[in-house]
Design a protein around this ligand. Structure first.
Ligand code: F0G
Length: 423
């Protein structure tokens, strides 16, 4: 079989159409593909992905489905539910690089907030919802700090599946909750935190056969792998020294590790870059586990202004540990103040991103200052969500007189003299 599910510890295998998310022993599952067979069939090479013109249902696809052979090789094109996710920009910014003390030629920001619903989740969602249809699932669900629910809502609508999302009360940014409501999914506001919502989703899968589209679903991670490959293509397959990105439920950490491991296995890259996963100080169980050599993961009550990563019990922990081992990776934590300052810089550079995304840039700042990241290094940071997801944080920041980069609006009388004062 070209693709199957495989337990990450024991290696136990299951067919791809087995609707399961862990092995009998509770281990996470990978989707694994027979790369030897795929390589033979498609003559996979660096050039292959440069010259290939991917069409999905007659439309140019690029993005996630540009890599279909390495994501879902056996699924018919007609089954794919896609909104042309991916194809996001890789920015360079003199302003941001100079604030970081880095050369702008060597510092890139991949903006995943430019996906159809404004976050990287769409990359995983197109693959997982396609599988939900292939597996003839009736209802799709997720626990969410906001972006997954927005993405699920849009894709469930497109796929004509019943969608139910669970979000923690008072902890989801207004842009995201608006999307879930607007796209028409059933939104349940849970009197608890994200980790409570996640526990309920796992229970709903077991007891109610509701199909989860959280990153515990291994197909989500297959889509998110393409962020790494797309960056490598944009860099002409040049491998940067660092990939820096935020960690919450650790789906991206896991998916990115798998993407690079596989690219190496396929001979598309000849060395592994290093990962720096950035957590908010108040929601940093992975950072603390890293500091303890991964001897244990201690769940915690999470608290941070970056609500997207306000997670105290990450479901992908074991896959993320594996990813860090593959990439000689590190984990860093940053304070909410550091996140807000980095956000002010990213926003004022005309790029902009939501708070969790800016943990990336705050992390690069801290790691550059500590000497871990060297000025000669090439760095790619991932911005995971759009600036418009969390407008409240922006307004609060700019109205506060003690914010270092505050840019508050000014009330004026309707005269030209008033305007002249500001020119
Ligand atoms: N950045 C943003 C903008 C996110 O929405 C998330 C996760 C992360 C980073 C963390 O990524 O979980 O792969 O480590 N948001 C999820 C949600 C949990 O429900 O939208 P991760």
């Amino acid at each position: 079989m070209i693709s199957l599910l495989k337990s990450i510890g024991s290696g136990k295998e299951y067919p791809l159409n087995d609707v399961r998310f862990t092995s009998e022993d509770g281990e996470l599952l990978d989707v694994v593909h027979d790369f030897e067979a795929i390589k033979q069939k498609y003559k996979i090479s660096k050039e292959y992905f440069f010259t290939k013109r991917a069409l999905i249902n007659g439309q140019p696809s690029g993005g996630v489905w540009h890599f279909k052979e390495l994501v879902l090789p056996t699924i018919a094109e007609s089954e794919i539910v896609s909104k042309q996710e991916g194809n996001t920009r890789l920015y360079r910014s003199k302003k941001i690089a100079s604030w970081l003390g880095l050369k702008h030629e060597k510092f890139f920001l991949k903006h995943e907030g430019e996906n159809p619903t404004g976050s990287f989740k769409d990359r995983g969602m197109t693959v997982a919802i396609t599988m939900a249809k292939v597996l003839q699932q009736r209802a799709v669900t997720c626990a969410s700090t906001g972006n997954t629910s927005a993405s699920l809502a849009a894709y469930a609508s497109e796929a004509e599946l019943t969608g139910i999302v669970l979000i923690p009360k008072g902890n989801v940014a207004v842009g995201k909750i608006s999307q879930a409501l607007a796209y028409g999914t059933k939104t349940l506001v849970v009197n608890g935190d994200f980790d409570d919502c996640m526990r309920l989703i796992r229970e709903a899968q077991e007891k109610l056969s509701a199909y989860p589209l959280n990153s515990i679903n291994p197909f989500r991670l297959e889509g998110q792998k393409t962020i790494m490959w797309e960056i490598l293509l944009q860099l002409n397959w040049h491998v940067p020294d660092w990939f820096v990105f935020p960690g919450g439920n650790l789906g991206n950490t896991s998916a990115f590790g798998k993407a690079l491991f596989e690219a190496h296995q396929l001979g598309l890259i000849d060395r592994m870059p290093r990962f720096a996963v950035i957590q908010a100080e108040g929601a940093s169980p992975f950072y603390k586990a890293y500091k303890n050599n991964f001897s244990e993961l201690k769940k915690e009550k999470a608290d941070t202004i970056a609500t997207a990563i306000k997670i105290g019990d990450p479901v992908n922990y074991f896959k993320a540990v594996r990813a860090l081992k593959w990439t000689n990776g590190i984990v860093e934590s940053v304070t909410d103040e550091e996140i807000l300052e980095a956000k002010a810089i990213v926003d004022a550079a005309g790029i902009g991103a939501e708070p969790a995304s800016c943990a990336t840039v705050a992390g690069v700042k801290k790691l550059t200052a500590s000497g871990e990241i060297k000025p000669k290094d090439t760095i790619v940071g991932i911005l995971t969500g759009n600036i418009l997801k969390d407008p409240q944080v922006i307004v609060d920041y700019h109205f506060k007189s003690n914010s270092a980069h505050a840019n508050p609006p000014v009330d004026v009388q309707p005269t030209i003299d008033e305007i002249k004062k500001f020119l």
